[in-house]
Design a protein around this ligand. Structure first.
Ligand SMILES: [Zn+2]
Length: 600
């Protein structure tokens, strides 16, 4: 794949509606010139995540994450930069020039092969060869609409249906092999990997097919479920089956339902629980948890009612709790999975069971306690088993509440249970430290000085014309040295180089090439800064007053210096006193020029 021309990227950025885009993932409320919401990149209870429509940028004052519409998709959806550009381009009707077909990269090659496979499998299901598969799906209660909606297909029990389809479509078999769709024959040539199976397309959040799950239709065929292999476009630890269709329902319902099987996810969706997704042949991973955390606060786990299902539920809970998600456990009657349950009891009953799901930690507490033996040792084991889960809860209030409940449920001394939870938590903390360095977010400085400098920067961005020659030299002379001064001087340079956009503001996008990523973060901060624009005082007055303040400070420092020199034994009193008098007068003049009342 060739590079996307800069002009196209620019056009994509210009046409993107960042508020609409981010609004799909984050609930945004208008706040002055910005839109505000809870940051999807770090945990917070009060919104510090800002989206600025004028600038088409977002910035979080809590964790410093920020950028434009393209970078949002890159960071939030784990897309590569070109993928994000193409996604936005497609949505906004911008044409991205395709480079030479033969030159298409590995990713495009893989996706092309997967797309062709999807076309082929769906076609096969509708042909007479697919009759057995179709009957099987109908027996499981799936109608034509559901089959169509989930893109179900059939991989016939032959060796080369797909291999031949690739040949006809001029798709290189290497891509089929890399996608886990074909295998290489020892005698040369290729053969189909999925045979005699119903196929479930696994899609990324953009709806592109990235893998397949295959359910065996032949008696004695092992394994019952076979997935295509991981590849450049498919990592199962990150992917949920059914995710693209579930995104909107998850946002609406305020929760995600996580189950284990393709048929389960489909059954739930058929029962009007569209917020359901399934893991793809793997247990829930921290990557999954992080992804869910960005989209919702609550997760309902729906695993089989047997012992294995319960174990899986506890493992999932261990993964989800540290991320701060509230987790509920849907408990189906023994022997039922969601699919059976839907068939036997109907959609309404399934919805009731899901909606009535209890808090997952409570479920574990009660299950463990029911089965515990009576000896002190048994009890200690059981308490520790649950304490280990509780210790993973990130919120201290919640954690202590569960600790209290565990103590009550087991009739154990609360202090003793608390000690066990603390012990477990310490164990995890040191484990975490060993395994991964704790990520540290740069925290926003909020001293008055910092605020004033930020405001100066903000005014500069929006009113480059305020920069007279005098003011430039003043800025050079009186601003305190540091990162803010460095940034402000960069802005001054940009103004003199004429790097302005059509509104006469400093051109944010163009600054990207001139600033470090830390400085870009600071620049985003000043660009979404509201206090500047919302004030009643004209911006130029604020600007002058801020500069005057720094000048005043500068004069004070110089006066101190003169005082010191005057006290030296061989001081030239006449000259120093004259200088000092000069300073005092300048200070007076400055004071008289304006009443320094703003900013506070
Ligand atoms: Zn944040």
């Amino acid at each position: 794949m060739g590079l996307i021309p800069e002009a196209t990227i620019q056009e994509v950025r210009d046409r993107a509606d960042i508020v609409g885009l981010i609004g799909r993932y984050v609930e945004l409320k208008p706040a002055g010139r910005n839109w505000k919401g809870l940051c999807p990149f770090h945990q917070e209870k009060t919104p510090s995540f800002n989206v600025n429509m004028d600038r088409q940028i977002f910035h979080c004052f809590g964790c410093g994450e920020g950028g434009n519409a393209i970078t949002f998709l890159v960071k939030h959806e784990n897309l590569t930069f070109p993928e994000a550009v193409r996604t936005l381009a497609a949505e906004n009707g911008v044409e991205v020039p395709e480079s030479d077909r033969h030159d298409r990269g590995e990713t495009e090659g893989l996706l092309g092969a997967l797309e062709e496979a999807q076309r082929c499998y769906r076609e096969q299901l509708l042909l007479p060869t697919g009759k057995t598969a179709m009957e099987y799906l109908q027996r499981r209660g799936l109608d034509a609409g559901t089959i169509e909606r989930f893109g179900l297909g059939y991989a016939p029990d032959t060796w080369d249906t797909l291999a031949l389809a690739f040949e006809r479509a001029h798709i290189r078999p290497e891509f089929g092999v890399a996608a886990g769709l074909l295998s290489v024959r020892s005698s040369g040539g290729h053969y189909d990997r999925l045979r005699g199976r119903v196929t479930f397309p696994i899609q990324d959040v953009r709806g592109r097919v990235i893998a397949f799950g295959g359910r065996s239709l032949l008696p004695d065929q092992e394994p019952k479920y076979l997935n295509t292999t991981e590849s450049l476009v498919y990592q199962k630890r990150r992917v949920f089956y059914g995710y693209p269709h579930a995104l909107e329902p998850i946002r609406r319902a305020g929760r995600a339902i996580v189950c284990e099987g393709y048929f389960d996810a489909i059954a739930l969706a058929r029962a009007d629980l569209g917020e359901s997704v399934a893991t793809c042949g793997t247990a829930l991973t921290p990557d999954h948890a992080q992804d869910l955390k960005r989209r919702t606060k609550q997760v309902s786990l729906l695993f089989d009612g047997d012992a294995a299902g319960q174990k899986a539920m506890e493992r999932a809970l261990e993964i989800l709790l540290p991320s701060g998600l509230r987790v509920r456990a849907v408990v189906l009657p023994k022997g039922f999975d969601p699919d059976d349950f839907l068939m036997d009891h109907g959609a309404e009953s399934l919805r009731q069971v899901v909606d009535g799901a209890r808090d997952a930690v409570e479920v574990v507490i009660h299950r463990v306690m029911r089965s515990v033996g009576s000896s002190p040792g048994d009890k200690a084991d059981a308490v520790r088993h649950v304490a280990q889960l509780i210790s993973r809860i990130s919120d201290p209030v919640e954690r202590s509440e569960y600790t209290r409940r565990l103590a009550m449920a087991t009739a154990t001394d609360a202090g003793a249970v608390e000690a066990v939870v603390r012990e477990e938590r310490r164990g995890q903390a040191s484990e975490k430290q060993r395994n991964s360095p704790v990520e540290k977010f740069p925290s926003r400085q909020n001293s008055p000085e910092d605020r004033h400098l930020r405001m100066l920067g903000a005014i500069l961005c929006h009113h480059p014309t305020f920069l007279t020659e005098d003011r430039v030299s003043e800025i050079n002379r009186v601003l305190p040295e540091g990162t803010w001064k460095a940034l402000i001087l960069e802005l001054v340079d940009a103004v003199s180089a004429g790097i302005l956009d059509e509104r006469g503001f400093i051109d944010f996008d163009a600054m990207e090439h001139r600033l470090s990523s830390e400085q870009m973060g600071m620049l985003r901060e000043v660009m979404v800064e509201e206090s500047v624009i919302s004030t009643e005082t004209p911006a130029e007055t604020v600007f002058t007053q801020l500069l005057d303040r720094y000048q005043m400070k500068d004069l004070e420092v110089r006066e101190q210096e003169l005082k010191r020199r005057l006290s030296e034994p061989d001081a030239n009193h006449v000259q120093l006193l004259t200088e000092r008098q000069e300073l005092i007068e300048r200070r007076k003049a400055l004071k008289n020029r304006e009443v320094l009342q703003y900013p506070p």
